[in-house]
Design a protein around this ligand. Structure first.
Ligand code: ADP
Ligand code: 5GP
Length: 209
């Protein structure tokens, strides 16, 4: 019995460098039914980043104009740049019965937690702050100045982790991924996603005379 179900909203946050993007990429590869909410940002592209694939890169003016028309489901200023999740593609994916994943900061996650209380809000924790610093350096995509800014923000972001529905520690990558996968799989089993399933069963006959 393959009854269609409502979509799940997954919100994933972590201090920069924790491994959020690595874990999310793996989840999206394994579960094509999860759509990715492609964010807009005013941050300049990092080397190798592609417009329309990693982010939609916008000027500050363009971002502000879209924000003022209510285009974003949430938005925030992070490390001096604007980031926002466009509402129309999310609505469309949910209408198609797909799940939607938001990879966003704690301020944006708090906004979605208020507007979508049933959202799965997962915070990925680094095993330690020195490990986080090491990962930011080995990723090799940010300047020393930016890495220092991100490490300073990590403590503030960790202080906001308490209200999330799930915490996953990204120490060993495979273990963290198994936990992320299990969290998502468990969420797909919620009766509220498919309340008609039991009614359908009750309307069936057993076939016995
Ligand atoms: P974020 O999206 O949270 O900023 P990334 O996914 O870009 O983080 O990961 C930051 C760096 O840490 C990358 O170089 C990535 O390959 C590495 N990394 C991610 N998870 C682990 C892990 N469990 N152990 C070791 N290195 C990891
Ligand atoms: P980065 O510049 O490293 O790609 O992202 C910096 C931070 O901004 C990360 O915590 C990332 O999750 C967050 N971020 C990315 N897109 C969005 C978004 O659309 N909204 C919000 N609130 N944060 C975002």
């Amino acid at each position: 019995m393959n009854t269609p179900r409502a979509g799940i909203v997954l919100v994933i946050s972590a201090p920069s460098g924790t491994g959020k993007t690595t874990l999310v990429k793996r989840l999206l590869e394994e579960f094509p039914n999860i759509g990715y909410s492609l964010s807009c940002t005013t941050r300049p592209p990092r080397e190798g980043e592609i417009d329309g694939q990693d982010y939609t890169f916008l000027s500050k003016e363009d971002f502000e104009a879209r924000r003022d028309t209510g285009y974003f489901a949430e938005w925030a200023e992070v490390y001096g740049n604007y980031y926002g999740s466009p509402l129309p593609p999310t609505r469309e994916m949910l209408a198609q019965g797909r799940d939607v994943l938001f990879e966003i900061d704690v301020q944006g996650a708090a906004q979605l937690h208020l507007t979508i209380p049933e959202a799965l809000c997962i915070f990925i924790l680094p095993p330690s702050l020195p490990t986080l610093a090491h990962r930011l350096h080995t990723r090799g995509k940010d300047s020393e100045e930016i890495i220092a800014k991100r490490l300073a923000s990590a403590r503030r972001e960790l202080q906001e982790a308490h209200w999330y529905t799930h915490w996953i520690i990204n120490d060993d990558l495979d273990t963290a991924y198994a936990e992320l996968r299990a969290t998502y799989m468990a969420a797909t089993l919620a009766p509220r996603l498919c309340p008609q399933r039991v009614h359908r069963l009750l309307n069936e006959t057993t076939g016995e005379k």
